[in-house]
Write a protein that binds this ligand. Structure first.
Ligand SMILES: C[S@@+](CC[C@H](N)C(=O)[O-])C[C@H]1O[C@@H](n2cnc3c(N)ncnc32)[C@H](O)[C@@H]1O
Length: 427
């Protein structure tokens, strides 16, 4: 975490409103409320939490002791860690995806007023025509994705970004990343990264929108720093949640696991990967292709597959029937469903090994529709938790109204709108 010196007195801190309320078995969030304060709006991210949701869960569902460490094993763009920091709570976030880790790290690490002034000054006189050729991504068909003008200006933005000291550089690179899809020829809203032949896009030039996004990001960071009750105590680590071992025990988990085989994060953020390849620790495009197969739901085998039938308990028959119906329609997708749950089991067993007894595991999850078959993910996860040593103490639902990107949970089958919140105690 970056260190900084000045914080307002605790008593002067304004707290963000929760807004979400519980009504029986459902959470209610009024339409049209401002939900992306502080650094939450720094970067788009498919399947990102509405910040009010982890805020509600931290305030109302977790035990109130603010010393308890909150862990998000699938932290994505870092919504839970940001909210934990804003509540003055220690946090730990992991994600397997390097871009997620970059975004979540930038969002949770406050920059001082001095840092932000320096950043603003440096960009004021930026020359968008000045760039080094070696900063242009070495990707076949780059011109399919970006016009010459966009490529030159993005290279110049990158050149400036990497000239900053480390913590300022990360922030600027994330702002750069946040405009990449917009200035590309690719469709802005879909999960897949593709250039539409029918709907011709007229992307803005990077130099027209970068200053706007930068200004918004700087304001968000100022707001974040001013809302923090104390210096954040936590970190974001790139790790596989099936294997990761933290150096200290964790108290509570607040997370939303990936949806089964539905969001290919690396494909969705492919253009951002092109431009930030080195910064994300990738050697080349082959490395990118290899890493795409690693996240949960995308591998073809799992070390926990043999343990799955027993762990599913009384859900076993439904599970087998669900998988075989999907398998008849697509062998690959049937396998993907099986591997997803086996991977989730491996993750749970791993976390159970280092989570404190009595800690909460709060999981936000939805059922999926795959090849027109409803996968009752919620019931399967309840069974797996129970078999691993977690007791279900509460469950309620939540209507998804304001996902940042609007696409179905399973692109060729339809949308499922309800998410469920499962609250377990680690025994
Ligand atoms: C639904 S998203 C989480 C979104 C997050 N709550 C947010 O607000 O941004 C699930 C995340 O799980 C990550 N993931 C998939 N497999 C993983 C694994 N084996 N270990 C850690 N993270 C993984 C994906 O990269 C993705 O960022």
């Amino acid at each position: 975490m970056s260190q900084f010196s000045l914080f307002p007195q605790q008593s002067a801190i304004e707290r963000l409103p929760t807004i979400i309320e519980r009504d029986g078995d459902a959470l209610v969030i009024p339409e049209g409320v401002h939900t992306i304060p502080a650094t939450h709006g720094l970067h788009r991210f498919p399947g990102k939490f509405i910040p009010n949701l982890p805020r509600y869960l931290i305030r109302e569902v977790l035990p109130p002791d603010t010393r308890r460490l909150i862990f998000d094993p699938f932290c994505g763009s870092g919504t839970t860690p940001v909210e934990a920091a804003l509540e003055g709570r220690p946090f730990l976030g992991t994600d397997i995806d390097a871009l997620s880790v970059l975004i979540a790290s930038a969002k949770t690490s406050p920059l001082s007023e001095g840092d932000l002034d320096e950043i603003e000054r440096a960009w004021q006189f930026h020359d968008y025509e000045l760039y080094a050729q070696e900063l242009v991504p070495k990707v076949e068909n780059l011109e399919h994705w970006f016009s010459d003008v966009a490529t030159r200006q993005l290279a110049s933005i990158k050149q400036r970004c990497i000239s900053f000291p480390a913590h300022q550089r990360r922030f600027c690179l994330v702002v750069m990343s946040s405009i990449i899809r917009r200035v590309s020829n690719a469709d802005d809203q879909t999960q897949k990264t593709y250039v539409s032949g029918t709907l011709k896009k007229r992307p803005p030039e990077p130099k027209a929108i970068f200053p706007v996004f930068l200004q918004r990001a700087v304001q968000g960071m100022r707001e974040y720093a001013s809302l923090l009750p104390r210096a954040p105590q936590g970190e974001i680590v790139q790790a596989d949640s099936r294997l990761f071992r933290p150096t200290c025990p964790i108290d509570d988990v607040v997370t939303s696991p990936p949806y089964i085989d539905s969001i290919d994060y690396m494909y969705n953020q492919m253009l951002e990967y092109f431009w930030l390849m080195t910064e994300l620790g990738l050697a080349d495009h082959d490395d990118y292709r290899r890493l795409r197969r690693v996240p949960m739901g995308f591998r073809r085998d799992s070390s926990s597959a043999h343990a799955l039938p027993e762990a599913l308990g009384d859900q076993r028959a439904v599970f087998e029937e669900t998988v075989s119906t999907i398998g008849e329609r697509s062998v690959k997708e049937g396998d993907a469903v099986r591997v997803f749950f086996a991977d989730y089991l491996a993750h749970l067993r791993n976390v159970h090994g280092f989570q404190r007894t009595g800690g909460r595991y709060v999981c936000v999850v939805g059922n999926s529709l795959i090849r027109d078959v409803i996968v009752p993910t919620v019931e399967f996860l309840v069974a797996l938790h129970q078999a691993t040593g977690y007791r279900l103490i509460d469950r309620f639902s939540y209507e998804i109204r304001r996902h940042y990107m609007k696409f179905p949970r399973r692109s060729n089958s339809g949308t499922i709108k309800m998410d469920h919140i499962l609250v377990f105690v680690r025994e």
